[in-house]
Design a protein around this ligand. Structure first.
Ligand code: HSE
Length: 339
């Protein structure tokens, strides 16, 4: 079995054949690049830590330039209200890029990074993942490394571990690979791209309250009842079946979470009111995006998604909470070079 070793942590690779070790620097080496990487909705209600999908917007951008001096600098971060570190030893983008360079034996390279945050931090939309994935895709492309983007997954997981204390892959995998992704196993790492109905729309609303993932993970129960486990794995299997069968009704009735949502919903203002509003307006399903506070609804069309975001934002305004909203289909491409 192939193994990617990053510091003390091993990420054995097996399964789908998508993951292969990076070749690193096989092709032409560029000097500057600008990359966009998308936001993601992790968990997808019933699949805690094992399901996620990418959306078209929002997302983050990284500009990476080669420099003459070995090592990584971060010259600029915008859109973060001063919350993210410019110190390359403390920033998830530079740290994961450094891991990549180490793995290909190219720590002689000099790089300068600009990070442009185009999405809220601590929103439950995979903010740190989008930045990390943009940085990793930028260095991979600059190095002329033409292996599949999924080879960057172990490095991106290192970034997640640094950001919230746990290297979960349900944001970074869809951000890197695009589409709907199942983390079938963490040890060994085995990720599977899932199909999805083309007309599945996603309405996202971010209520402007801070819910750090690290803390949202700490409040989850460690032990669960067998009857709850049975409910949960029935729903996960139902959701995955619905995706394969293009059965939106099955997708909707499977998106129920008896393990995490009952606890985390307490961190989200009027979560159950928002759910009722969305379902009354024709949502297929409704739940927490990642660790929250963002919420999302699946719909069958763009118009319903737009009407739901407008209604939820109106409700949040009425309880004096600001919000952002996004409407998107599922992004099957993942990161892309934009300059
Ligand atoms: N699966 C992770 C969690 C996603 O729910 O904590 C974080 O965005």
């Amino acid at each position: 079995m192939e193994t990617n070793i990053i510091e003390d942590k091993q990420y054995p690779l097996q399964g789908t054949g998508v993951l292969t070790p990076p070749s690193g620097g096989g092709g032409a080496v560029g000097s500057s690049i600008q990359v966009f990487a998308p936001a993601t909705v992790a968990n997808v209600v019933c699949g805690f830590d094992v399901l996620g999908f990418a959306v078209n917007e929002p997302g983050d951008e990284v500009i990476m330039r080669r420099t003459n001096k070995a090592g990584i600098t971060i010259s600029k971060i915008t859109g973060d209200d001063g919350r993210l570190p410019l110190n390359p030893a403390k920033n998830t983008v530079s740290v994961s890029v450094q891991h990549y360079l180490q793995s290909i034996g190219r720590t002689d390279i000099g790089l300068d990074i600009e990070l442009h945050k185009k999405m809220p931090i601590g929103s439950g939309l995979g903010s740190s993942s989008a930045s990390t994935v943009a940085g990793l895709f930028a260095i991979k492309t600059l190095m002329g490394d033409d292996t599949d983007a999924s080879t960057l997954l172990p490095f991106a997981m290192k970034g997640e571990e640094m950001a919230c204390g746990h290297g979960h892959a349900d944001n970074v995998a869809p951000a890197l690979m695009g589409g709907f992704v199942l983390i079938r196993s963490y040890e060994p790492l085995d990720v599977v791209r899932l199909p999805h109905p083309a007309n599945l729309w996603c309405a996202i609303v971010f209520p402007d309250v801070d819910v750090p993932t690290r803390e949202a993970r700490q409040i989850i129960r460690n032990k669960i009842q067998m009857k709850d486990a049975v409910t949960q794995w029935g729903n996960i299997a139902g959701l995955v079946s619905g995706l394969f069968m293009q059965d939106i009704d099955l997708i909707g009735r499977s998106m129920k979470d008896v393990l995490v949502e009952p606890v985390r919903s307490m961190l989200i203002p009027d979560f159950y009111v928002m759910r009722e509003l969305a379902m009354e307006m024709g949502a297929v399903s409704f739940g927490i995006s990642g660790s929250g506070p963002s919420v999302f609804a699946f719909t069958r069309d763009e118009d319903t998604a737009k009407r739901i975001t407008a209604k939820l934002q109106q409700h949040l305004t009425s309880i004096k909470i600001g919000s952002n909203a996004y409407v998107s289909t599922i992004n099957d491409k993942g990161p892309r070079v934009i300059g």
